[in-house]
Design a protein around this ligand. Structure first.
Ligand code: F6P
Length: 348
């Protein structure tokens, strides 16, 4: 009986102290998704909303990213607003790339809207550009923001993976498996372009997962002519068909740029191009992305309770980490040399 009484007292103390903290500091959290959508964003919205409500916060859903802060598209979220969304691709909050938020006037409007709704902290789910906006806004108005890395590109420093990356990788693998059927039947050389902006994670790991012959990635193409190297190394000697994954890049011109060069410089090859495009951003998130998004969403609320400000939630070696915005967006995430070597060795 005494044990149960003490436990009840501890429970009450815990509840009231959490409540007191919430009441005295942050009461209402806004959540938005921004930039390119990524599978798992909905799982993150769900996790942020439910963890916040669990801890006694009020939650406001902000539609269309930073644009919704300027045009005042904000609704209160209950746990029911995020029911039945964990399995859905895209983002129920919609997303946008907002030019106005890049101006001081636009950000002032956004701040005024936040204050008018009593929102005193933000969780921003997005990629590089979105977290850059978050950093500027947080510094300008001394406003608490927690970022979640939501992009298929996996190009944010300080986290092993970003939300959406695993699903996009699986989509790429399935597409390349299909392309391989026709590549083999026609004995062709295929250049398959994948997304990644200036990062080669999707191309490199997609190539390993699909058993492709090579990957041409922006991190390397500034130093070496990867195409010339491939051809000179006789990468097709023992094969009739080959698949090369090419990351989109202004340096190489992407798959079209590479294919044009092959037609001009190595006309013996029967070349075809497939650009996977936006289908890489859609679809139901994989278990890995749902779990990643759920953990990161819950960690965003822990971070606010922990008095953390202006950090991105990352997961490194399976542990939650807080990465200052300045580090997450400014540092280039390096490509693992071991992956490049593995691909090379397995493509003989
Ligand atoms: O940032 C994610 C990303 O998928 C990039 O890889 C790509 O360059 C970009 O978005 C394309 O975005 P959109 O066509 O939607 O502007």
């Amino acid at each position: 009986m005494r044990g149960a009484g003490a436990a009840f007292f501890v429970f009450l103390w815990f509840k009231t102290s959490t409540y007191f903290f919430v009441m005295s500091e942050i009461k209402c959290i806004g959540i938005l998704t921004s930039g390119g959508d990524a599978p798992g964003m909905n799982a993150a919205i769900r996790a942020v909303t439910r963890s916040a409500i669990f801890s006694g916060f009020k939650v406001m859903g902000i539609y269309r990213g930073y644009k919704g802060l300027i045009t005042d598209e904000i609704v209160e979220f209950s746990t029911a607003n995020v029911s039945n969304i964990i399995q859905r691709g895209g983002t129920i909050l919609k997303t946008a790339r907002c030019k106005e938020f890049q101006t001081p006037e636009g950000r002032q409007l956004a701040y005024d809207t936040l204050r008018s709704h009593g929102i005193d902290a933000l969780v921003v789910i997005g990629g590089d550009g979105s977290l850059t906006g978050a950093r500027i806004f947080a510094n300008e108005f001394n406003f608490p923001i927690i970022g979640l890395p939501g992009t298929i590109d996996n190009d944010l420093y300080g986290t092993d993976h970003t939300i959406g990356y695993d699903t996009a990788l699986n989509t790429i693998m399935e597409c390349v498996d299909k392309i391989r059927d026709t590549a083999t039947s026609h004995e062709r050389l295929f250049f398959v372009e994948v997304m990644g902006r200036d990062a080669g994670f999707l191309a490199l790991n997609g190539a390993i997962a699909a058993g492709a012959e090579a990957a041409i990635i922006p991190e390397i193409s500034t130093q070496t002519d990867q195409l010339a190297e491939l051809i000179q190394n006789g990468f097709r000697k023992s094969k009739n068909s080959s698949i090369v994954l090419v990351a989109e890049s202004p340096v190489t011109g992407g798959a079209m740029g590479i294919a044009k060069r092959v037609e001009e410089e190595y006309p013996a090859y029967d070349v075809r191009v497939s650009i996977l495009g936006h289908l890489q951003r859609g679809g139901s998130p994989t278990a890995c992305d749902r779990i990643l998004a759920s953990r990161m969403g819950a960690a965003a609320i822990d971070a606010l309770l922990d008095d953390q400000r202006n950090v991105m939630i990352g997961i490194k070696n399976d542990e939650i980490v807080y990465v200052p915005f300045s580090k997450a967006i400014k540092n280039d995430k390096p490509i693992n040399q071991e992956l490049l070597n593995t691909l090379r060795r397995l493509s003989i």
